[in-house]
Design a protein around this ligand. Structure first.
Ligand code: GDP
Ligand code: MG
Length: 174
């Protein structure tokens, strides 16, 4: 059986923890301070429902419009990350999602909404209910709260996104 390879793009405002989440997922390390301008891609093989898949993960850093369009075209699944300590970071995702749907010309793009920094409960500015309501308004995409710092729910968000890509592939093939 051929090995499947999927392109995942991690998007969200600066400082929400995209690089820390990616590093935890790919390398199992907590990096306290990551260069905010570094945009890089990483590969990791994981098992999803008994099948090995290769993920090619692009950790974005808010670059120019040109490359944004390009990776939105190449991306098959998107992690839209905000910080539960910042309402603005949640609001900024709406425009990104609109852009993805416009560029891919597909309402059913696999997306997972991620509220990161769940360890900072005392600084919470976005309630679970609020974020969940947003995910529902986005066609019922999954919503997870993660902590890159504590490595909580990190594997889950990538695996769920991967599962959605596989499901969509199967539906499109029908
Ligand atoms: P990016 O700009 O979205 O890539 O954000 P980074 O991954 O560089 O993280 C920005 C800052 O948030 C850094 O100071 C991290 O240490 C911090 N950070 C990232 N994830 C978490 C988390 O889950 N919990 C806490 N407490 N801090 C985090
Ligand atoms: Mg970063």
């Amino acid at each position: 059986m051929s090995q499947r390879e999927y392109h995942i793009v991690v998007l969200g405002s600066g400082g929400v923890g995209k690089s820390c989440l990616t590093a935890q997922f790919v390398q199992n390390v907590w990096i306290e301070s990551y260069d905010p301008t570094i945009e890089d891609s990483y590969r990791k093989a994981i098992m999803v429902d008994g099948r090995q898949v290769i993920l090619e993960i692009l950790d974005t850093a808010g670059t120019e419009q040109f490359s944004e369009e390009l990776y939105m075209k190449t991306g098959q699944g998107f992690l839209l990350v905000f910080s539960i300590t910042s309402m603005t970071s949640l609001h900024e995702l709406a425009e990104l999602r609109d852009q993805i749907i416009r560029i891919k010309d597909d309402m059913r793009v696999p997306i997972v909404l991620v509220g990161n920094k769940s360890d900072l409960e005392e600084d919470r500015a976005v309630s679970r209910a609020r974020a969940f309501a947003v995910s529902q308004s986005w066609g019922g995409c999954p919503y997870y709260e993660t902590s890159a710092r504590r490595r909580a729910n990190v594997d889950e968000v990538f695996t769920d996104l991967c599962r959605q890509i596989i499901l969509k592939d199967m539906k499109d093939a029908q």
